[in-house]
Design a binder for this molecule. Sequence first.
Ligand SMILES: NC(=O)c1ccc[n+]([C@@H]2O[C@H](COP(=O)([O-])OP(=O)(O)OC[C@H]3O[C@@H](n4cnc5c(N)ncnc54)[C@H](OP(=O)(O)O)[C@@H]3O)[C@@H](O)[C@H]2O)c1
Length: 237
Amino acid sequence: MRICVFGASGGIGSALCSRLAQDERVARIYAGSRRPIAPESDKTSPFSFDLHDEDTIAAAAREIFREGPLDIVIVATGILQTEDIRPERTWRALEAADMAHMFAVNTIGPALIAKHTLPLLRREGRAVFAALSAKVGSIEDNRIGGWHSYRASKAALNQLIRNFAIELQRSNRDAIAVALHPGTVDTALSKPFQRGLPAGQLTTPQACADNLLQVLGGLGPEDSGQLFGWDGQRIPF
Ligand SMILES: NC(=O)c1ccc[n+]([C@@H]2O[C@H](COP(=O)([O-])OP(=O)(O)OC[C@H]3O[C@@H](n4cnc5c(N)ncnc54)[C@H](OP(=O)(O)O)[C@@H]3O)[C@@H](O)[C@H]2O)c1
């Protein structure tokens, strides 16, 4: 299999690349990150891209396609907060520029990755596009509110995944596009929010990678266009 991971420098993205490097069925891993990373194994090909710069995504896709079609694309990028932006607890905290930044990274960036990589997926047989989303992006599951921009950016991502799944099926009936919720994972993204978590709720990036790869391995075309949790359970949009 030939697999491309966007966000290979992240907690979950790097664990996914490590696990894939150990898998004998995987022949090539294209590991994309904003900052250069050292290749994990001799089957890892690093590349750079920035979600804010579509040309970098298009150029990476062109290079990768030169070597043939892909079996799996995983988008493991995303932000919950930055040095300047905190998740909003109330509508009073909404700032247009901060919302735009959250959507640029969590929604528009993955959509542009889809634009340039969905055509790289193999046209016959199983092919998978998976984007890391979040359960808090589920509108139906939202009971406590808050985190307005993050939730909304992931809900919008989920909607795009459904759209892409419908479009993708027209060119390959066996192709799958899904959103994935990784659980609460011990990474830089979750670090500021880990206090007070119930015991056992925090997963290591390695365990998360194993869970997500197992879920991906079990998906069929009938699952396309949905959001799945780390445990394989479907989460309503
Ligand atoms: N950790 C959790 O508990 C949890 C829970 C639910 C959902 N998720 C989702 O899982 C995904 C991965 O999260 P994580 O926990 O692995 O976070 P992380 O360790 O902070 O990794 C985030 C990744 O996104 C990349 N990124 C951010 N902005 C970028 C940009 N402009 N261009 C290119 N890459 C960019 C980062 O690159 P740099 O290293 O260059 O910044 C990094 O590789 C996210 O979508 C997140 O919403 C995580």
